[in-house]
Design a protein around this ligand. Structure first.
Ligand code: PLP
Length: 266
């Protein structure tokens, strides 16, 4: 028997999966940046975390984490969510209506890997464009915007991915993101950034994420990718975006507080 265990449709025997979990001493596991294990300090931090009800805004640990994330991104507010997929879905759901189209690169995570949640839950169609090395230009985006005709589905959102996972970790020049945002906004479109690994992009550019994302309407980033936390993601944007998104998709996470503590620590 075989099944898919990783991106790229790698098929392996389940027995080999168990084997793969046993990493020999001294070997660094680079299959994914999600295979990190909590360190003893992280486990201690989780056990000792101050907790409360996040839905009532009474979890001091999550509140601190969200305030810090908003500050780092220079946005009004942020929300802790269990996964990057949920963060992207919340953004898509907030920025669109059923029947809208979302423009994304053809190898993007929202198109290939999120169980078609953009369609299944948000009721949207992905409209893909091919960018060189996964990086889209405004010209490529503009070419797939739907005309304003009453029988056509309508474009509502552009979703960029930085770094681009399936293109091998390629990075958007910030000026290109800003050019896309300026043009998209002029047409009344929103721009969401799937920034699962946006801090890697920031390191590559020698820039800070607040500057890199100042024109996008929303950004999702993963605490569990390259930042060392074992779980968790965040979305950031205007207060109205965060307030609109969180409850609708079950974003505020009453169970996430302990994980949030590790994220805050790491
Ligand atoms: C670019 C990108 N976006 C979103 C996600 C989803 O994150 P999560 O696995 O936390 O749902 C991933 C996961 O690998 C990703 O690579």
């Amino acid at each position: 028997m075989s099944y898919t265990v990783a991106k790229g449709n790698q098929r392996v025997d389940p027995d080999q999966v168990a084997e793969a979990g046993k990493i020999p001493e001294g070997v660094v596991d680079l299959r994914s940046d999600t295979v990190t294990r909590p360190t003893p300090e992280m486990r201690r931090t989780m056990a000792e975390a101050e907790v409360g009800d996040d839905v009532y805004g009474e979890d001091p640990t999550v509140n601190r984490l969200e305030r810090r994330a908003a500050e780092i991104f220079g946005k009004e507010a942020a929300l802790f969510v269990p996964t990057g997929c949920m963060g992207n879905l919340i953004a898509i759901k907030v920025w669109t209506h059923h029947g809208d189209e979302v423009i994304c690169e053809e190898r993007s995570h929202v198109n290939l890997y999120e169980l078609a949640s953009m369609s299944a839950i948000a009721g949207c169609m992905p409209r893909v464009a091919r960018g060189e090395d996964g990086i889209l230009t405004w010209k490529q985006i503009e070419a797939v915007i739907r005309p304003k005709i009453y029988y056509d589905s309508q474009t509502a959102l552009v979703c960029l991915e930085n770094t681009s996972n399936m293109a091998g970790g390629t990075v958007y020049p910030t000026a290109q993101v800003e050019d896309i945002c300026d043009h998209a906004h002029a047409l009344g479109l929103k721009v969401h950034l799937d920034g699962a690994r946006v801090f890697n992009a920031a390191t590559a550019l020698g820039d800070d994420v607040a500057h890199m994302t100042r024109k996008v309407d929303s950004v999702m980033f993963c605490l569990s990718k390259g930042l060392g936390a074992p779980v968790g993601s965040m979305i950031a944007g205007a207060k109205a975006f965060i307030e609109g998104g969180g409850d609708r998709c079950g974003g505020p996470d009453r169970t996430g507080k302990v994980a949030g503590a590790t994220a805050h620590r790491s």
